[in-house]
Design a protein around this ligand. Structure first.
Ligand SMILES: Nc1ncnc2c1ncn2[C@@H]1O[C@H](COP(=O)(O)OP(=O)(O)OP(=O)(O)O)[C@@H](O)[C@H]1O
Ligand SMILES: O=C(O)C1=C[C@@H](O)[C@@H](O)[C@H](O)C1
Ligand SMILES: [Mg+2]
Length: 182
């Protein structure tokens, strides 16, 4: 594996779960930016948001992403908002293939509704917030090089297999030079 695989998408899409399975199969490190930030801060993600604010978290996220992408090829599970920052997309483009786990709203909600670990969903109307975030973010997630639709009933293993297959097909495809574009 020459380039890292970088999973992007909404909270609950399965970036951490599928990333761990992919790394195990490929025999490469699995790095989860949320986990790396929490480890360095010796605090949980909700604690960091509450104590230092979202801007601080986003700055650490960009630092961590840059650091893990400078290392040997790995599977990188990003936080749900990481792909929204243009500088993070530039970092990913330089070192890895980006993969959007494209998961429908109902399935995301089913997975995140009972967990207090996502500070952005600690609102009066968490489903409304999740809906708005997905609507706002989907066009940007769609800029990822590889898109994997994830549907109810797809296991972590099945999703990991589909990611691997799609990444291999993507890497085997000849790059289109600007001169060939219409
Ligand atoms: N394909 C799947 N089948 C069943 N459960 C899954 C699947 N993918 C993820 N899950 C479960 O859904 C929950 C959320 O997944 P996970 O933590 O991997 O999401 P995430 O994309 O990393 O979210 P975040 O952006 O908040 O870190 C976990 O409990 C995980 O085990
Ligand atoms: O979607 C988001 O913006 C977030 C997702 C999580 O992975 C964490 O990075 C944090 O809770 C923010
Ligand atoms: Mg995660």
């Amino acid at each position: 594996m020459k380039r890292s695989i970088v999973l992007v998408g909404m909270m609950g899409a399965g970036k951490s779960a599928v990333g761990a399975e992919l790394a195990r199969r490929l025999g490469v490190p699995h790095l989860d930016t949320d986990a790396e930030i929490a480890r360095a801060a010796a605090a949980t993600i909700p604690e960091i948001f509450a104590r230092d604010g979202e801007d601080f978290f986003r700055a650490r996220e960009t630092e961590v992403l840059g650091r893990v992408l400078r290392g040997p090829p790995a599977v990188v599970s990003t936080g749900g908002g990481a792909w929204m920052r243009p500088e993070n997309r530039v970092l990913v483009a330089g070192a890895g293939v980006s993969v959007w786990l494209d998961c429908p709203l109902a399935l995301l909600w089913h997975r995140v509704r009972h967990k207090p670990t996502r500070p952005l969903l600690q609102t009066q109307d968490p489903l409304g917030t999740l809906t708005r975030l997905l609507e706002e973010r989907a066009p940007t997630y769609a800029l990822a090089e590889v898109i994997i639709p994830v549907r109810e009933g797809d296991s972590i293993e099945t999703t990991a297999s589909r990611v691997l297959e799609a990444v291999r097909a993507h890497q085997a495809a000849p790059a289109i030079s600007p001169a060939q574009e219409p």
